[in-house]
Design a protein around this ligand. Sequence first.
Ligand code: FRU
Length: 489
Amino acid sequence: KIYNEKHRLQFHFSPEKKWMNDPNGMVFFKDEYHLFYQYHPFGTTWGPMHWGHAVSKDMIQWEHLPIALYPDEHGEIFSGSAVVDWNNTSGFFDDEPGLVAIYTSADNYPNSDRPRQRQCLAYSKDNGRTWRTYERNPVLSDVNITDYRDPKVFWHEETSKWIMMLATGQSISIYTSPNLKEWEFASEFGNNAGSHDGVWECPDLFKLPVDGDDTNQKWIMLVSIGDNPKFKEGSRTQYFVGQFDGTTFLNDNPDEQVLWLDFGRDNYAGVSWSDIPAQDGRRIYIGWMSNWRYANQVPTEEWRSAMTLPRELSLTSSKEGNRIVQKIISEIDSIRNHTEVTQELTIESDSPVTFNLTSPLMEVNVKFDNKDSNSFGLIFENSKNESIMIQYDTASEKLMVDRTKAGVNSFSESFAALQETDLKMEDGKINLQIFMDTSSIEVLANGGKAVCTSLLFPKHLYERIIIFSNKGTTRVAPLKLTELNSVWG
Ligand code: FRU
């Protein structure tokens, strides 16, 4: 099947049709990467949640599979995770290890409209193709907590226990279990730490070596924070760097510090894959490429929402502290097509240089070596006078992605946005790797130290890029313009 509807992304995962939100249950098992997702099969806006399902050999080309989990007597199926139960701790399996999904069942308390969220299990003995729910669901509930959802479970080698991270309103609660069925409260983190601009959702916790040094590991906690009309950004994702001993997470940084994963508006509810083999060793992340502020209104018809490109996360030390660095997974290479390499350029103010794009699906690699300009950058543009601008300001040391004129934005007041972050030049240079799909742009700056994920809805596909320098000169290393292939059809 070819997906060629207006704005349909060509190298990002999106559902065949209808509404999608959070990625769920990502797990690697028997040579397949599984991706489940919050899915409403009967509408293009959020509604009764199911788990949609897809599998892939490389996280780039996806095969859509039938819905995995349907609403049942415990309610709708909200977000959650999946693990391989290698040692059959759950007792669900006979000779072969299988998959266990841990998710939130959402309904209301009987005879009331007070929401009820409880954690449930389902298991699969056939590589995720069919699922059976555990007959003694739910496995974890708490009548006193209303927001009680999005369990992310992993096996903690050091204590030989399952750990569950659960979003509990304005904090993350941590539970442990020997068998996935019985859970014991261990600790709570975050009431006084990080951003509380919205309800806490979709946590994750995993280890990363600092600068690749396996003898120096840190624990990273991801926390998505929900939309709040008081803040222009809508929903977004923060992270913490610290330590974890099997029961308690300790933040390395001062409580008031807020670290954002992405400075764009459209990366939410992302978590990482479970059970990637140790020989591979990567921590791979994918997010929902939208924002609760306007996700239900974006101008697509047959389907709504896509995922970000999958990213490898690592941790780099700097003067400011340890920070997450993102890299698009190397498997992206399979869709790289023809590459054009330009001359080295010297861009003077008022003399921008234009290149025509040979495809709307592009990867652009560009390195700016500033001489004496105030700002420099590049613009994608079409014949409808729509454009998206990526600009670095040398005085304020800010990188900006301006989508205010990028295309259709009347569907939400919050959509026309300047997205901005602090970013230092390195040896006087800024390098950008840009992935342009039909209705999204991902900008990775200085090797993924700053990342902007942003939707855009141009009426026409972008046709050219313009490299500019303001009030001074910027040198530009040979530009690499790579055509990308569609992964659908
Ligand atoms: C995050 C979220 C989760 C919840 C799911 C419902 O986007 O609100 O907290 O489980 O979406 O679809």
